[in-house]
Design a protein. Structure first.
Length: 660
């Protein structure tokens, strides 16, 4: 079983000291605990998470789904499809059951279904909800007749016959669930395994004989458990493509799907499959830029694998989020720093996003044994904070540092960084040394308070959001697209910015002068700073043998939104030709605006739906034309396809495309 054994530092997995948990997780993380509670059922995980957001008074209509735990693309193709299609079905069913036609939540139905208010951890309540979800999981709620019958069973409290029928269904499902759990437990506990199912390049399942490899028993049992799960729970009448089509116009839409993998399972075959599943972003654990380190830690792939995978996936249009692990064995502190800097100095990497995970010692790993024997010393919190802070000098404007520490409680680790809020320690060093970081996270509009000191002025968040929104509407946007006045007049994308700027400037001044927490002597200074125009900035750089353009809408050096345009190094699909440009990401920051709500006045402080996205796309189209491209190809989240359709894009394979 080449390349599937765990790395020397990697915790978790089946049969680990933490129990049967996802590979590289401990079971103590919030996301893992939520998933374990419903036996990692994708439908129930997503449904329950949507429940949490509504209970917190949020409308979860724009959902970014992240599939965590090990190398997802290693699993059998059938399991990957099963997992994704039921995640989509959960979003679709939640939309049908609990949303009104006007895109508001029906709280009466929601509270009745989830037995709220009540004791959230009460066993009977949890059993009832889980049984209802298992009942819904296999129903086609998009069928109006089925939905009518289901709604009657679930919500018609006056019909005793229906209530009795529902009670009988749920009791049977509870018993069936117990039986399935016992069968799965028997399979998992059976250690007499001589073969394991693995997927071949054509997607078929082959059995590879294993002899004298007891350390692989847990993986063998895992695959067998997955096969049993598919036998019990998959339904061929529920199709992935159907779930995608429904989600395009659902109330709860998947705006992005992220899959975690390793580079040796992130090549063209895997990339094409991820496109079919609806994936838009890939998290790749490269961990090190040194081959000897990858080999000694049993990573199972090489530096060249990392480089090839990143290049292939970028050329397919994916956003790339790399994981890097300073403090690994056989790596000096100097090599750690040089390796991190190489991520951006070497054009073979240059990721869009980055997670920095200092190596930690976890029970049950080979690294734990080396640490106990005195053969390995991990980075301390102080060392890690200093290293990462110095590295931030080298992070370019097109990258966002997503995390600087794993979401693992320190009470389940043995050595290494002993603070879960490592980022705060990094920021202390940054502030002390006056290090200026140019990454997206440090410049996004949400950092406005921190960098300009409005916390000291006690400017409340509502006023801040109102001010910035007014600025967007008041601003004469510095368009990077040089168009004639006649062309601008005929271009709908610029009509948003033809409103009288004077009105919004007066609104801004009025807002400031009515804010009692601002000292009068500071108002004029603030007005001068706030009334600067928005600029569209296009930064060009080479990455993974292709040409990249990071186009951002900036105000006072803060990023309001951005677009990633790539001219690929290779043409790996029929939809992508030499005359194509790839839009790999379009992102607008600020308070989320509900789907279909284009009225700024109804949402305080909304930076979305003001036309910035259209502005950024217009610039991407112009740049593409300048380089003689005739087609723009967008890797779009399934739930964002309607947005692009309204802008003249059409579906072509997994992409949305427009002829320029």
């Amino acid at each position: 079983m080449r390349k599937i054994g765990p790395c020397t530092y990697c915790p978790g997995g089946p049969g680990s000291p933490y129990g049967d948990v996802p590979q590289s997780y401990t079971g103590a993380e919030p996301s893992t605990r939520r998933a374990a509670r419903v036996n990692y059922d994708p439908y129930m995980v997503v449904f329950n998470r949507l429940e949490h957001y509504v209970a917190m008074n949020k409308i979860p209509d724009k959902v970014d789904v992240i599939i965590q735990g090990g190398t997802f693309t290693f699993f059998p193709k059938a399991y990957q499809e099963y997992f994704i299609k039921f995640a989509f079905k959960a979003m679709n069913d939640f939309s049908i059951l609990f949303f009104n036609k006007n895109h508001t939540i029906d709280y009466d139905k929601f509270n009745y279904f989830f037995e709220l208010p009540g004791n959230l951890n009460e066993p009977l309540r949890m059993a009832n909800i889980h049984a209802k979800l298992r009942y819904l999981k296999y129903l086609n709620l998009a069928d109006k007749q089925i939905m009518k019958e289901t709604s009657g069973l679930l919500f018609d409290t006056n019909d005793k016959r229906k209530q009795a029928k529902l009670k009988n269904i749920l009791e049977n499902l509870k018993l069936e669930n117990i039986g399935n759990a016992k069968r799965s437990a028997n399979i998992f506990s059976n250690k007499d395994h001589s073969s394991i199912a693995s997927e071949q390049n054509d997607g078929t399942i082959a059995l590879n004989v294993i002899k004298n490899e007891p350390q692989q028993d847990a993986n063998v049992r895992l695959i067998r458990t997955i096969q049993e799960k598919l036998r019990q729970e998959d339904r061929k009448n529920i199709l992935l493509e159907d779930m995608h089509n429904i989600n395009e116009t659902a109330h709860v839409r998947c705006i992005g799907l992220t899959i975690e993998t390793k580079s040796d399972f992130g090549k063209l075959l895997h990339g094409n499959e991820m496109l079919r599943l609806g994936c838009t972003r890939v998290e790749i654990g490269i961990q090190s830029v040194y081959d000897n380190v990858l080999e000694i830690t049993h990573r199972g792939n090489t530096v060249q694998d990392n480089i090839e995978s990143i290049r292939i996936l970028k050329d397919l249009g994916f956003k790339i989020l790399t994981h890097y692990m300073p403090g690994l064995p056989e790596t000096s502190r100097k090599e750690d720093f040089a390796g991190m800097v190489q991520l951006f100095e070497n054009q073979d990497y240059r990721p869009d996003m980055l997670k920095i995970y200092p190596c930690m010692v976890m029970p049950g790993t080979k690294l734990y044994e080396q640490w106990k024997a005195g053969e390995f010393k991990p980075l301390s919190t102080k060392e890690a904070a200093k290293l990462i802070a110095e590295f931030k000098r080298y992070v370019p404007e097109y990258c966002r540092i997503m995390r600087v520490q794993r979401d693992i409680p320190t009470n389940v680790t043995s050595a290494g960084v002993d603070k879960t809020n490592l980022r705060q320690y990094v920021e202390e060093v940054v502030k002390k040394k006056k290090i200026k970081c140019r990454c997206i996270r440090c410049r996004e509009i949400g950092r406005f308070f921190e960098k300009l000191g409005y916390e000291e002025d006690k400017l409340n968040p509502e006023t801040f959001e109102r001010i910035v929104s007014s600025v967007i509407l008041a601003s004469k946007v510095n368009k990077a697209v040089p168009k004639s006045d006649k062309e601008k007049a005929n271009d709908k994308r610029y009509k948003k910015f033809k409103k009288p700027a004077l009105f919004y400037k007066q609104l801004l001044k009025k807002t400031l002068r009515h804010e009692r927490n601002i000292a009068p002597e500071k108002i004029k200074k603030l007005e001068k700073k706030l009334l600067k125009n928005i600029k569209l900035v296009a930064r060009h750089y080479h990455a993974s043998d292709g040409n990249e353009f990071f186009i951002s809408a900036e105000w006072n050096d803060y990023v309001l939104g951005f677009c990633r345009l790539r001219f690929p190094s290779q043409f790996l699909r029929s939809e992508i030709t030499e005359e194509s440009g790839l839009i790999r990401e379009l992102h607008i920051y600020g308070q989320q605006v509900p789907i279909g709500n284009g009225n700024f006045y109804g949402i305080e402080g909304a930076f979305q739906h003001l036309g910035l996205g259209k502005q950024l796309l217009a610039n991407a189209e112009y740049i593409s034309k300048t380089y003689h491209k005739k087609k723009l190809v967008v890797i779009s989240g399934v739930g964002v396809r309607e947005y692009y359709r309204k802008l003249g894009y059409k579906r072509e394979g997994p992409y949305m495309v427009k002829i320029l």
